[in-house]
Write a protein that binds this ligand. Structure first.
Ligand code: KIV
Ligand code: ZN
Length: 388
């Protein structure tokens, strides 16, 4: 990788995150989240697993058409049909990534795939080569890498890179490892895989033991330069690595970690709120970075300290994640000025939308819904603009 101080942020809210929801998101809702991720500045958006359902295919296709900055990616198993369908769903984008994966741990290889390890390596190599026919941006994941014997993992990573993988992902699929152990896996890959500098090493940690963020940070310290995760940490079982936490750790502890991302941190709060509301996944009040209590100071001693010098108890500011002054509630009694002021707080100017059109659709929604939230306004703006 050229710039070793940059960490690539790979968002899988719409794939690994969405697959764990009790009710699927609609294509429009997914597009709305993708737009928010694009504004947040994530590098890669994994928009879905197109072969898994027509709905997933359609979401990936729509998102691929609309992203401004982020590169869109689709997941596929390591089989030609999945890869072909992924490529088809992505073709509207100027450039895209195909992400193909295959299990490498002994238990998965033996009991799930029921193949020899030689076969698995060959299958992985074939999948990467097949995907490379469609794009020069191919990611290969060694599923359950956290429990894969290190010799086998080194062999698979080397073969995938030789076959043309430009990113190799090391998932802790079942959230089993601890930070020193996971950091060591990454360090060993850097020491033992001869062609490792030809690819970006990525990590994808699950949170079964509450260590996904710590494991990802340990991996960055060992040389990984892509982190995969989801907004608010939503995902399979206990979830995925929470990207807003990674973002604020890398920013707040840049002194120690010495790497940066291209994220617009002030978009964190509203992206988090949007994902929580559309996914119907409330955020626990004491959740790091985005919980409602994350910037509240309750005890008298803390409040006293804060009044004297905010740095006594505040290591990052609410403004740094985009939390600003409290806005007025929006209901059918609100006027144009209130709608305009919410839009300004959201960062939009009247060049981005037509106030009269927006206000009319706002009133219709407010009549039906009672309170209208910022994410509703954004959706109205977005779909009014699409109609034009
Ligand atoms: O957790 C996992 O291993 C995955 C892969 C598909 C990357 O989600
Ligand atoms: Zn996962």
């Amino acid at each position: 990788m050229s710039d070793n101080s940059q960490v690539i942020i790979f968002d899988t809210t719409l794939r690994d995150g969405e697959q764990a929801l009790s009710a699927s998101l609609t294509v429009k809702e997914k597009l709305q989240i993708a737009q928010a991720l694009d504004r947040l500045g994530v590098d890669i958006i994994e928009a879905g697993f197109p072969v898994s359902s027509p709905g997933d295919f359609e979401s990936v296709r729509t998102i691929a058409e609309h992203m401004q900055h982020a590169r869109v990616c689709a997941l596929s198993r390591a089989v030609p049909k999945d890869i072909d369908v992924a490529a088809e769903s992505l073709k509207a984008a100027d450039a895209f990534r195909i992400h193909t994966f295959l299990s490498t741990s002994t238990i998965h290889v033996k009991d799930k795939l029921r193949r020899s390890y030689d076969d698995v390596v060959e299958m992985g190599v074939r999948a990467v080569k097949h995907a490379r026919q469609y794009t020069d941006d191919v990611e290969f994941s060694c599923e359950d890498a956290g429990r894969t014997p290190i010799d086998n993992l080194c062999r698979m990573v080397e073969a995938a890179i030789d076959a043309g993988a430009t990113t190799v992902n090391i998932p802790d699929t079942v959230g089993y490892t601890v930070p020193s152990e996971f950091g060591n896996i990454i360090a060993t890959l850097f020491n033992r895989v001869p062609n490792i500098d030809k690819a970006v090493i990525s990590v994808h940690c699950h949170d079964d033991l509450g260590m996904s963020v710590a494991n990802s940070i340990a991996a960055i310290q060992a040389g990984a330069r892509q982190v995969e995760g989801t907004i608010n940490g939503i995902g399979e079982r206990a979830g995925n690595c929470a990207l807003e936490e990674i973002a604020m750790i890398l920013k707040t502890r840049a002194d120690l970690l010495g790497v940066e991302t291209k994220l617009n941190h002030t978009e964190i709060a509203r992206t988090s709120k949007l994902v929580s509301q559309l996914c119907n996944m409330p955020i626990q009040p004491n959740k790091a970075v985005v919980g409602t209590n994350a910037f509240s100071h309750s005890s008298g001693i803390h409040q006293d300290g804060m009044l004297k010098n905010k740095n006594t108890y505040e290591i990052m500011t609410p403004e740094s994640i985009g939390l600003g002054k409290k806005a007025l509630n929006l209901t059918s009694r609100s006027g144009r000025a209130a709608v305009k002021s919410h839009m300004e707080n959201l960062g939009y100017t009247e060049q981005d939308y037509d106030l009269d059109t927006l206000y009319q659709s706002f009133l219709q929604l407010a009549d039906r819904k009672g309170q209208v939230f910022d994410y509703d306004l954004e959706a109205l703006m977005f779909f009014n603009n699409l109609k034009e």
